[in-house]
Design a protein around this ligand. Structure first.
Ligand code: NAD
Length: 485
């Protein structure tokens, strides 16, 4: 019997499901059991061509609609997503293995927020009138054209919406390629947009590995590329886009610092460290994986952290009581287990976890290392799993310098009751998305993105509009033209 997660076909182009079984088969494995639940096929060159030509043609008409009309469609899509939240959440859980307890509140809901927010902004994307004596200049905010979105595997619904909603609000069309690891959810986003009234071809989904992503990024018809992925992939995609002088948004990896001063509320700080390391089993780019704890509260912090981490419920992700799911794939599990071994070898102290969980599926115990030093591999490289490194510090000056000593710059957090210090420390940290007495909140109203190797551009908020549109300026002369000859 066909599994309910199996899509009707691999791709969604020009308003309908499309198949080409000549493409490499991509198995979809449910991480909680290791069972294959679906198969899709990578896009062949013919499918890529169909998606790009369709999106290119559809964009012109879409951009001619008023912002109010485009916005209404996006807001209707948001409503449909919310009505179907449970079904979409179950699919997200099949796609990623993340527990339903999370997907019910963080995926289709976040996607719907983006559709609603950018739907609401669509009608107000206006230019300026600039008076110059009798003459004047006016500006228009125009669409970029055909945009390509490429997703990572941790938030397949959210990433499709975070890219698709602002792109469409500005009058662009999009070809979206989900991660080959989680190909299912973006198809539903495409289906819902059509149901909400989006013209066929405005939002298309094609499947495939890096090769398909590469074919999309290098096509001369493409005006913008928005990638969510790792730094090495980001460097390749950015370079390929630069060769075609395309606009880019790069949402890449991190190794973010979370700094806890000894005046902090310990339980709130522990809660922040848990949210910033163990949500989605640690598969979150903005995670605060270097937890710097001031020496005075170190042992108290570790004791409370170990106690609360012990309350994680590992189990069937479809059981809403489960609060901690598996790694997305066996391969990701092995990568993370490799880092855990490295941490032990290099002398870090295991406070809790430190091994694979004794159950089916790709589960790793939530792991906390203490006595981590700045040079250790687990303190330098992005692990993308449930591995928290706790480092000690003494002074503010010292911790800020150590926190910034990384190629990454996605997020940063500080816990302290001293608000002057909180703002000073955040002001000195090299990171794009920061938190004071909190961690990992990502409301659509707030800009999201990194500095340094963690990325270029911003998603969400009004900032995202700037990255999916361009300004045309028009000089209007009212009098005669003066010329030298
Ligand atoms: P990845 O870099 O392996 O793949 C990302 C996407 O790029 C996939 O769809 C992949 O098929 C595609 N791709 C690979 N090579 C390509 C190429 N040469 N040209 C075009 N496309 C190509 O990342 P992943 O393993 O799927 O995701 C994990 C990474 O993503 C982590 O580093 C994580 O930090 C990052 N991430 C960042 C954010 C953010 O918003 N900053 C969010 C989630 C994940």
């Amino acid at each position: 019997m066909t599994h309910p997660a199996q899509p009707k076909a691999s791709h969604f182009i020009n308003g309908e499901y499309v198949e080409d079984t000549a493409g490499t088969p991509i198995p979809v494995i449910y991480a909680a059991t290791g069972e294959q639940i679906a198969t899709v096929h990578a896009a062949t060159p013919a499918i890529v061509e169909q998606a790009l030509s369709t999106a290119k043609a559809a964009q012109k008409e879409w951009a001619k609609m008023t912002g109010t009309e485009r916005g209404r469609i996006l807001r209707r899509a948001a409503d449909i997503m919310r009505e179907r939240n449970r079904d979409l959440s179950v699919l997200e859980t099949y796609d990623t293995g993340k527990p339903l307890q999370e997907t019910l509140v963080a995926d289709a809901t976040s996607g719907a927020d983006a559709l609603e927010y950018f739907g609401g902004l669509a009608a107000s994307l206006t230019g300026e009138h600039i008076p110059l004596g009798e003459d004047w200049v006016y500006t228009k905010r125009e669409a970029l054209g055909l945009c390509v979105g490429i997703g990572a595997w941790n938030y397949p619904t959210q990433i499709a919406c975070w890219k698709g909603a602002p792109a469409l609000a500005c009058g662009n069309s999009m070809v979206f390629k989900p991660s080959e690891t989680t190909p299912l959810c973006a198809l539903k986003v495409a289906e819902i947009l059509i149901e909400a009234g989006a013209p066929a071809g405005v939002f298309n989904v094609v499947q495939g590995m890096g090769e398909v992503g590469g074919a999309l990024v290098t096509d001369p018809r493409v005006d913008k590329v928005s990638l969510t992925g790792s730094v090495p992939t980001g460097k390749k995609v950015y370079a390929a886009a630069a060769a075609g002088m395309k606009h880019v948004t790069m949402e890449l990896g991190g190794k973010s610092p979370l700094i806890i001063f000894d005046d902090a509320d310990i339980d709130n700080a522990v809660g922040g460290a848990i949210n910033g390391n163990f949500y989605s089993s640690g598969q979150v780019c903005s995670n605060g994986t270097r937890v710097f704890v001031q020496k005075g509260i170190k042992e108290k912090f570790l004791a409370r952290l170990a106690e609360r981490t012990g309350n994680a419920i590992l189990g069937d992700p479809m059981d809403e009581a489960t609060s901690f799911g598996p790694m997305v794939t066996e391969n990701q599990m092995n990568i993370v287990l490799g880092y855990i071994e490295k941490g032990k070898e290099e002398g870090a102290r295991v406070i809790c976890g430190g091994a694979r969980a004794d159950m089916d599926g790709y589960y790793i115990q939530p792991t906390v290392f203490a006595d981590v030093t700045d040079e250790m591999t687990i303190a330098r490289e992005e692990i993308f799993g449930p591995v928290m490194s706790v480092l000690d510090f003494e002074t503010e000056e010292e911790v800020v310098a150590r926190a910034n000593d990384t190629e990454f710059g996605l997020s940063a957090g500080v816990f302290t009751k001293d608000f002057t210090r909180a703002h000073r420390v955040i002001g000195n940290l090299e990171a794009g998305s920061c938190f004071i007495n909190s961690y990992n909140d990502a409301p659509v109203e707030a800009p999201f993105g990194g500095v340094k190797a963690s990325g270029v551009g911003r998603e969400n908020s009004k900032e995202a509009i700037k990255h999916f549109s361009q300004v045309k300026s028009v000089y209007v002369r009212m009098g005669d033209v003066e010329a030298a000859f």
